[in-house]
Design a protein around this ligand. Structure first.
Ligand code: SF4
Length: 230
């Protein structure tokens, strides 16, 4: 691969459900099929996320500057976050151990303390969301160690809160800080990341269809796998 990374957050999450689905996500993504109701849910999620981002009127959207030049997200993010003063970045990119993650909102305070928000248009915190925050924390906590702020009055960048922000049922926001929980999970994540990288360096995994194809999400490769069974 020439992109400067091997895994992304979404591919890591896919790998937790099924290593074959992760493999297909990387090498054969055109085989994925998402029904209209799932695509509508994605759209609703983006609207909810945008509403939260609008609460940071001076936020800088890294994705609007770089679009699909994914390998440049960590570079631009590092430049922006090093600048003195408070800043909010949307879709900020971080890279560590060949994993690229884009954080929904990174809010750096003047003193260097950083709050990160993962936004989910959901009424509850699920294990999948915890895994989502955990892989981001693993990457970002390591990546921040290599970034030095240029502001002499700021002692360094400190990850202070990692919030999961979800829906209160009326499109309002509830936040839960998962930082301490995900910090404890870092060692397991490193092992999983290294295993997934190994899986991606080999042939397409053989995997029987079973209950895991619908848990926690309906897999978009079910049509492909059903065809293989015939
Ligand atoms: S349909 Fe099932 S076996 Fe096939 S890739 Fe998806 S989760 Fe894996």
């Amino acid at each position: 691969m020439t992109k400067g990374y091997i895994l992304t957050k979404s591919k890591y999450i896919r790998g937790l459900q099924c290593e074959k689905a992760m493999y297909l996500d990387v090498f054969k993504p055109k085989l994925a099929f998402y029904p209209p109701e799932v695509l509508a849910k994605f759209r609703q999620g983006r609207i909810f996320e945008k509403n939260f981002k609008d609460t940071f009127p001076n936020g800088v959207d890294v994705s609007s500057q770089l679009r699909y030049r994914m390998e440049q997200y960590p570079v631009l993010t590092s430049q922006l976050i090093q600048k003195p003063g408070e800043t909010a970045l949307f879709e900020a990119g971080f890279l560590y151990n060949d994993v690229l993650v884009l954080a929904d909102v990174v809010h750096k305070h003047e003193d260097g303390n950083i709050d990160i928000y993962e936004v989910k248009n959901s009424a509850a915190v699920s294990d999948t969301f915890r895994n989502d925050v955990a892989i981001q924390y693993y990457v970002i906590a390591h990546a921040l160690q290599a970034i030095q702020p240029s502001d002499l009055f700021c002692n360094g960048l400190t990850l202070n809160h990692f919030y999961l922000l979800y829906n209160d049922g009326n499109d309002g926001f509830i936040k839960e800080d998962l930082l301490l929980q995900v910090d404890a999970a870092c060692k397991d994540i490193e092992q999983k990341v290294n295993h997934f990288k190994q899986v991606l360096s080999e042939e397409e995994p053989v995997m029987e269809m079973s209950d895991h194809c619908d848990t926690p999400y309906e897999c978009p490769y079910k049509r492909y796998c059903k065809r293989l069974k015939k």
